[in-house]
Design a protein around this ligand. Structure first.
Ligand code: MN
Length: 203
């Protein structure tokens, strides 16, 4: 199953267009027509990316982005803002609210898909971990940085992880399953290092 993308857009035609493009490219797209439902739907759907229209009735996309970024469980999900009015300063305001990406309407399909792929890149590299996959975990209290070494050889660093999450990992029945469900979807992650011990020597 493809990665999950929540699409928040009040315009029915745009909503269908965005979802169709995403599905053609193998993503699982979930439409949200009413911005007031966006935060709750994000909680339930646990998307890998959120596409957010800015001009909507009842609530502005900017306001929703701020709510999502203030929510500990949702703030790590990348957001791509989509807006028709690209006045000077708009992109700055959208990025200041916390959106990681920005595309203006009318969209170019190629640029839209490239922007989606770019924002999903870190997550695409992360496999589902089996129960025995976690070899070692280290936590840096000052930086709330969690380093996890996997049996396959990679070290992943998760940022802004609260201490109780690390404590729960240590007592989890299956560390791999805990990372899959409680850490991976919620925190920003980078692969810091690829160990070379399984690779043949150069000479
Ligand atoms: Mn709109």
């Amino acid at each position: 199953m493809g990665q999950k993308i929540l699409v928040v857009e009040d315009n029915e035609l745009n909503l269908r267009l965005f979802c169709d493009i995403l599905r053609v490219h193998g993503y699982e797209a979930e439409p949200v027509r009413d911005g007031r439902e966006a935060v709750e739907r994000a909680r339930g759907f646990a998307p890998d990316l959120i596409i957010m229209d800015i001009q909507m009735p009842h609530i502005s996309g900017l306001e929703i982005i701020e709510q999502l970024k203030a929510d500990e469980a949702l703030q790590a999900i990348p957001i791509m803002a989509v807006t028709a009015y690209a006045a000077k300063g708009d992109e700055d305001r959208i990025r200041a609210a916390g959106a990681e990406g920005y595309v203006s309407k009318p969209i170019s399909v190629i640029r839209f898909v490239e922007a989606v792929k770019g924002l999903l890149k870190d997550r695409e590299q992360m496999p589902e971990f089996s129960s025995s996959a976690v070899e070692r975990a280290e936590y840096d209290d000052d930086r709330q940085l969690l380093d996890i070494w996997y049996a396959g050889g990679d070290r992943y660093s998760y940022f802004d992880v609260p201490r109780p999450i690390y404590d729960a990992l240590l007592t989890a029945e299956s560390a791999g399953a805990f990372v899959n469900s409680e850490i991976k979807p919620h925190f920003r992650c980078e692969i810091e290092e690829r160990r070379r011990r399984f690779r043949p020597a150069a000479d």
